[in-house]
Write a protein that binds this ligand. Structure first.
Ligand code: NAX
Length: 328
């Protein structure tokens, strides 16, 4: 049995689809390591249906007899869920209902992230880190971070890793190589169809991806929209949105943010890098260090890449404008 101190991980929306694909992998050690005990602190909305479903998920977790799962806390109260947590995985949010405008969705979800940002800042551990998955994740993380007085903005990230994984898989398939051959593909901007999956610096088997693929038109007009709209394609095929692949990407996001030297796509406060508005959270390449992470800001962008980044930046700035009264 491991003698390590357990890491407390909060998961919101824990009885949802992504939660069901995520919790078992955290408890098995896939996210934080095979000898790292964990305590799961699970938040669901405080009404009977979701709370009952959450109990059922916890029963299944118990039935797995995971040696690393030291304890579980099930709650409808954010301050209980985030108490002393080292990681807060904010998955739960309100889905877009029929006839609902995107602006209303932004505002409704914004309110959730104000309350959760305040609770995290009040009760989480001093080393707490936050990963937002609930959409629109780049804007929700900005709202949560705006509530933080104790935790710094660099503790707050949002997930664009699913988009990176999707892009790497598509390039490997097109080139007929294994996934491991595809490197240096990073996602810039919003987790939405405007994102820019920067193939211009990607390598396949150590060579420029554009040379290996040999079809620039395919990269620009097939690959980019295919990655950007993959979420919609999954909904069209499955009838529900991506869950297992999203949970897998969140495992990758946290594991790589806790593995020194790893470089991957993370949405962070841009601070003006790559021409983004300084106050938006945008996907970009991030390298894990012994104390946290640093952004790799040295990639030179050509005019095509700059135009794509400008488009996704415009969308992020527009989202920020829509919810600006929630940032006060
Ligand atoms: P589900 O609707 O299956 O589950 C969401 C769960 O969150 C529900 O059980 C609900 O009761 C709970 N919830 C809602 N408000 C809450 C609150 N205030 N506190 C605690 N729990 C709350 O959705 P699921 O498929 O699990 O997706 C969750 C979120 O991930 C959605 O916003 C979705 O859009 C987003 N996604 C983000 C992705 C990304 O790459 N960033 C990809 C996958 C996914 O689309």
């Amino acid at each position: 049995m491991s003698t390590k101190k357990p890491i407390r991980v909060a998961v919101t929306g824990a009885a949802g689809n992504i939660g069901y694909a995520l919790l078992f992998r955290i408890a098995s050690g896939a996210m934080l390591g095979p000898d790292q005990p964990v305590i799961l602190q699970l938040l669901e909305i405080p009404v009977e249906g979701p709370q009952k479903a959450l109990k059922g998920v916890a029963m299944e977790l118990e039935d797995c007899a995971f040696p690393l799962l030291q304890d579980m806390i099930l709650t409808g109260d954010a301050e209980v869920a985030f108490k002393d947590v080292n990681w807060a995985l904010l998955v739960g949010s309100k889905p877009r209902g029929p006839g609902m405008e995107r602006a209303d969705l932004l505002k409704d979800n914004g309110k959730i992230f104000i309350a959760q940002g305040q609770a995290i800042d009040k009760v989480a551990a001093d080393d707490a880190r936050v990963a937002v998955v609930g959409n629109p994740c780049n804007t929700n993380v900005m709202i949560a971070a705006a509530q933080a007085k104790r935790l710094s903005a660099d503790r707050f990230t949002a997930m664009v890793r699913l988009d990176e994984n999707r892009g790497r898989a598509q390039l490997a398939k097109k080139a007929g190589v294994s996934i491991n051959e595809v490197s240096d593909l990073y996602i810039y901007g919003n987790h939405s169809p405007t994102m820019f999956a920067d193939f211009t610096h990607t390598k396949i088997g150590g060579k420029a991806a554009a040379d290996v693929i040999g079809d620039e038109a395919w990269l620009k007009t097939d690959f980019l929209p295919a990655v950007g709209k993959r979420g919609a394609a999954i909904i069209e095929a499955r009838g529900v949105s991506s869950a297992a692949s999203a949970a897998n990407a969140l495992i990758d996001h946290v594991r790589d943010l806790t593995t020194v030297g790893k470089v991957h796509s993370v949405a962070v406060k841009s601070e003006g890098r790559y021409g983004f508005n300084p106050d938006v959270w945008a996907g970009m390449p991030v390298k894990t260090t012994a104390t946290g992470h640093e952004v790799i800001d040295s990639y030179e962008m050509d005019d095509f890449a700059k135009s794509k980044i400008a488009l996704t930046n415009d969308e992020l700035v527009g989202e920020r404008e829509t919810i600006k009264d929630l940032l006060a």
